[in-house]
Design a protein around this ligand. Structure first.
Ligand code: URA
Ligand code: SF4
Ligand code: URA
Length: 328
């Protein structure tokens, strides 16, 4: 994250401000008065950054059950580069309950996109996770392919491709729809208004934007921010499939209908899907409202939509063993 105590302090302040702003938006300021900030973030500035990474943090974790320990080929004796691990990522004292509400679907019956993506090179049968520099390098290979990709019409109007931001060793991954204007201009996902709201949500969870992984279903901006067409998602999805197979987050938050529809292969409404656990390739998925959707809400409904989003994030925090920022 940072090298100096001053940077840490700046970061801490930023997280605190984000948290308060979001809580205020939710009308939850009274909760703050009860001394409700996440312990690690609210502690004196000298305390939180010293907290050691705890077990369960990505990059420190034991291998997945059933997978042999395999050193990354490119770095047999090197420890992974210190991934960003924050006090907020303390492991839960006891394992959370198995969540998956949706039974694993038969691959042949569903997700044609998926089966094809696999045929195009995404490994469905997962080997051991790549750790350390090997994972970073493998993601860079995909990123380079994306930069040169002309597989769908979205290439025509794009300024930059938009691959990911954040920590490739994250326990938590947010997936959106596709780049907007500012993302197209900068090449980084969720940097515009929706991204700022997303960062506040992340901050409210006691996390920093740099310790989660963020990407989209399509890597090039659809003109006028229209929803990506089925054939565009189809063309682009192998990149996402491969990305997720490398990052292997413990939890995915699917932001909005496009990401949810793609990951869960469903046309069900967000109202039916959000707030409950689902599964993508064995990874628990929580669908929630897209930040752009929240920003588009009229004044009558915005508060309720934010409250639902926050309720969803509390489910995510519970599953990751993160301390809720409010206490009884
Ligand atoms: N909306 C998205 O879905 N993704 C972005 O990166 C930005 C806005
Ligand atoms: Fe390639 Fe995806 Fe961009 Fe289409 S949206 S050109 S498939 S990277
Ligand atoms: N439609 C979307 O695309 N996203 C939402 O979050 C809700 C409705």
């Amino acid at each position: 994250m940072s090298d100096s105590p001053r940077d840490d302090l700046t970061e801490l302040t930023r997280a605190l401000i984000a948290h308060v702003a979001w809580q205020r938006d939710l009308g939850a300021v009274e909760l703050l008065r009860e001394g409700s900030l996440p312990a690690a973030r609210a502690a004196a500035p000298e305390a939180p950054v010293e907290a050691p990474p705890l077990e369960g943090a990505r990059g420190e974790a034991p291998p997945l059950e059933g997978s042999p320990v395999a050193a990354p080929p490119s770095a047999p004796s090197q420890p992974p580069p210190a991934p960003v691990v924050a006090p907020g990522y303390a492991a839960a004292p006891s394992a959370p309950p198995p969540p998956v509400a949706r039974p694993p679907a038969s691959p042949a019956a569903v997700r044609p996109l998926f089966v094809e993506a696999a045929a195009q090179g995404a490994a469905r049968a997962r080997g051991p996770a790549l750790e350390g520099p090997a994972r970073v390098a493998a993601l860079q290979v995909i990123h380079d392919e994306v930069k040169g990709c002309t597989a769908c019409r979205l290439v025509q109007k794009r300024t930059n491709t938009v691959f990911s931001r954040g920590n490739p060793f994250a326990r938590l991954c947010f997936i959106g729809e596709g780049p907007g204007e500012q993302e197209d201009r900068t090449g980084s996902p969720f940097v515009g208004p929706a991204g700022q709201l997303l960062d506040r949500i992340i901050g409210s969870m006691g996390l920093d934007r740099e310790e989660v992984y963020v990407c989209n279903v399509v890597k090039c901006r659809p003109p006028y921010n229209r929803t990506p067409e089925a054939d565009e998602m189809h063309a682009c999805s192998p990149f996402l499939v491969r990305q997720l197979d490398l990052v292997r987050p413990e939890v995915i938050v699917a932001l909005g209908r496009t990401a949810v529809g793609f990951l869960l292969d469903t046309k069900d409404s967000m109202t039916r899907l959000r707030g409950r656990w689902h599964s993508y390739e064995g990874i628990p998925v929580l669908p929630t409202w897209h930040p752009s959707y929240i920003l588009r809400q009229p004044p009558e409904t915005v508060k309720a939509t934010k409250a639902e989003t926050w309720a969803d994030m509390k489910l995510v925090m519970a599953r990751l063993g993160l301390q809720p920022p409010t206490r009884p």
